[in-house]
Structure formats: structure tokens, C-alpha cells
Design a binder for this molecule. Sequence first.
Ligand code: ADP
Ligand code: ADP
Length: 224
Amino acid sequence: MELSIQSVTKTYKRGQTRALDDFSAVLTPGVYGFLGPNGAGKSTLMNIITGNLRPDSGSILWDGTDTRKMGANFRDLIGYMPQQQGLYDDFTAKRFLWYMAALKKIPRRQAAQRITELLSMVGLTDDASKKLGAYSGGMKQRILIAQALLNDPSLLILDEPTAGLDPKERIRIRNFISKIAQDKIVLFATHVVSDVEYIAKEIILIKRGKLLLKEEPAQILRRM
Ligand code: ADP
Ligand code: ADP
């Protein structure tokens, strides 16, 4: 498995904002910590990889094939956790997962098994019938991660999965992601170094849409 981001550039507002500037990186299985301040271009990059957003130029390749040519075959490989929003607050956790499974066209029998398994994995079995609106921040993040895993993705994209969480919850999410990262390419966006310092194979530093650094955490820490 290999995801290759090739010279991706994206501007907004008729070129006034350069969100990504000739960004290139090749990713293989493992966790990649995407670190950068707010506005660095992390969400834009993730949206371009998922196909939600078109780059001005550049391309995304999966095992050497342009993902635009793969269409649904590529989308089926992705699990995407967007930044937390209040959508679905009236859904119970279980109904939310069923709804997402239907959107992903996962067959009912397979979905039933997977939902039970995922609820247990993220420790929400006992809270599965509660509405998401009543969930704590950490519980919401965990159910959003669970929905991203419904299709057992090869490419897992997590946009600030620890945002707004206390240190204890951060550690839980971090440990969980590290556990499920085998045989997956995981993009973990955050602006907290400790989120990814121990679990990332490499840390990718983004600033003003440019890749500043792509190195093992130990190598980066040695210079700080
Ligand atoms: P990050 O996820 O690292 O915070 P973003 O990708 O959200 O960064 O943003 C990168 C830059 O692009 C920022 O300057 C942001 O203001 C701008 N931007 C993002 N989305 C839009 C949009 N829809 N319209 C205009 N500017 C945008
Ligand atoms: P251990 O490796 O000893 O299971 P963890 O810290 O990974 O320790 O998890 C402790 C318990 O919390 C486990 O039973 C795990 O299934 C559960 N758990 C529930 N939700 C999460 C989550 N989002 N991240 C990590 N563990 C979680």
C-alpha cells in the first residue's frame, strides 16, 4: 500500500489564499502525525485526498494509480473522520453507525457485526442507545473514529481526533489509534506534538501549505 501526494497546490479566493503549495509526500502503512498551526493546510490536504476537494494542480496516487481514475474503488478504501461538528446530535450512537454504514453501502449482515465490534472497541457498548447530543467530547470523538472504521479502511484519515479533549482522553484515543494502525496508512492531524510523538512512524510538519519536514519523531525531538 502506498499513497503518493504529488505536487498538490490549492488556492482559495481566486488565488489570494495559498492553502497548499506544491505539497508532495509518499506514505506507506503506519501512523503519520500531521503537525501544523491552525490554517497550515491540514484539512485542505485531507479533503483533497478524500476527493471532497479538487486541487488546482497535482495529483494523488494509490499504488501508482491516479485516485481520480479509481473513483469509488478508492473511496471504498478510505475511512475519514472530519473535525467534530454538531450534526447528528439527535441520533443515538447505534443509529448513527447504522446510518453511516448505509451511506457506505455496507451489507446489513456485515454492518450488524461490525457495529457491535466497533462499539466494543471504542468502549461505547453501554452508551450505544444514548443520543450523541448527550455525549462528552471524548465519547463523540470515539464514535466518529468508529464510523471511520466501518469499512475496515486501508487509508484512515483523522482530522484532529483529539481536539478539545483532556489529557486522559487524548491518551486513550492515541493508544486506540496506535492499536488499530497495523496494515493501514493513518493520517493523524493535530497541533499537539505529544499526540503523535510516540505512535507516529513519521511526523510531517506543514506550515503555510508547504511541507517543512518529514522525519521520525526521535529525529525531530533531537533537534528541538
Ligand atoms: P488547517 O486544517 O491546517 O487548520 P486549512 O486547510 O483549514 O488548515 O486552511 C488552510 C488555509 O486555507 C487557511 O488560510 C484557511 O483560512 C484557508 N481556507 C480553508 N478553507 C477555505 C475556504 N473554504 N475558503 C477560503 N479559504 C479557506
Ligand atoms: P489496554 O491496552 O490495556 O486495553 P487502553 O488504554 O487501550 O488499554 O484501553 C483501556 C480500555 O478502554 C480498553 O478496554 C479499551 O477497549 C477501552 N477503550 C474504549 N474506548 C477507547 C478508545 N477510544 N481508545 C482506547 N481505548 C478505549
